[in-house]
Design a protein around this ligand. Structure first.
Ligand SMILES: [Fe+2]
Length: 336
């Protein structure tokens, strides 16, 4: 390591991979139904006081957290911990992305580097399942860096409703767990009567207005590796070392006047055959498939959730950035 690098250490949380998406939704029951019966995720827990619901097929404690938009009210968890401050979550869309850390020790040390660098930390949280640090990126998207704390998350997320589980965490308290509690092997659950049979949430594509600052945040603060940068400089893809399919998140440069948003959320399906079955089942239900891709990179279909968020259900083939580079610029966002 150079002297300069030692003098100015990057914050670099260095998560293993993108673990979950947490979404603000207009009507919780409508969205729980969509992500369960259409997208094929099993509900694992509910927090009626928010109200919120969580879904997973086993990959991690939740691939999706859904929170009904609080419409300005403050949501408080255990010990007076403010879960959603007044004024946040005014409309449906991304609440936060959850990034899976190797262990609590790595999380606490990254937090200390962030604090020493003068970066603003939004929340320090004990979710019981995990300990978490929340930070905003330059576009205002919220990110949760979390370390799993339990041998078996199903002891807490167990299909039941429960009281508030979220409270305060003091990352300076020490005694950090230095072993990973995430699950590499898991028993895959299947929602038999769902239209699509999914394994997990894998990745997302963001349309960003503060492109250069965003690239810096994901590289230096999050500590993710750049795995693709388009020759025209308008696309950058990042991955942690255990990204589910080689890419965790892609940033797409757009006009600075445009509103930053998530282009789509990607969910991996069990097999390519499941895409055929899903197409037939969705057609029977009259659910529109907005786009289909059947190419060297993947077979996938795009469907809107009840709030208009674009979901991609994908069976990956071979990740080849040369194919993406050759694609029409307007198509690239769908390919990543
Ligand atoms: Fe989360």
């Amino acid at each position: 390591m150079s002297i300069q690098a030692e003098a100015q250490p990057a914050v670099a949380f260095k998560p293993r991979r993108l673990g979950h998406a947490n979404l603000f939704v207009g009507e919780l029951e409508r969205s729980m139904h969509f992500y369960n019966k259409i997208a094929g995720f099993e509900p694992v827990f509910r927090e009626p006081h928010i109200p919120a619901g969580f879904l997973s097929n086993g990959n991690t404690h939740h691939d999706l957290g859904l929170i009904q938009i609080p419409k300005g009210k403050t949501v408080v968890g255990r010990d007076g911990h403010v879960q959603i401050p007044h004024g946040r979550g005014l409309e449906a869309g991304l609440n936060h992305f959850g990034w899976e850390m190797e262990c609590e020790r790595d999380l606490a040390l990254a937090y200390k580097r962030a604090a020493a660098a003068g970066l603003e930390v939004h929340r320090k949280v004990d979710h019981q399942l995990s300990h978490s640090i929340y930070m905003f990126d330059p576009d205002g998207n919220l990110h949760e860096f979390y370390a799993d704390m339990l041998d078996n998350w199903r002891t807490v997320f167990n299909s039941q409703e429960g009281p508030a589980i979220t409270g305060n965490w003091d990352p300076d308290a020490g005694n950090w767990l230095s072993e990973g509690r995430y699950h590499i092997k898991f028993e895959l659950r299947r929602v038999e009567d769902a239209r699509v049979h999914t394994i997990r949430f894998t990745s997302a594509v963001l349309l960003t207005k503060n492109f250069d600052k965003m690239v810096q945040f994901y590289g230096e603060t999050a500590g993710l590796k750049v795995v693709y940068r388009s020759k025209d400089g308008t696309y950058v893809s990042f991955a942690g070392p255990h990204a589910n399919h080689g890419v965790d998140i892609t940033l797409v440069k757009q006009d600075r006047a445009a509103k930053p948003t998530v282009h789509h959320y990607t969910y991996e399906v069990v097999s390519e055959k499941e895409i055929d079955a899903a197409e037939r089942a969705l057609a029977k239900d009259g659910i529109a498939i907005e786009k289909k891709i059947d190419g060297p990179l993947k077979r996938s279909i795009f469907v809107r959730d009840p709030d208009g968020m674009l979901c991609e259900f994908v069976a990956p083939r071979k990740l080849d950035f040369a194919v993406i580079e050759k694609a029409d610029a307007t198509e690239r966002a769908y390919l990543l």
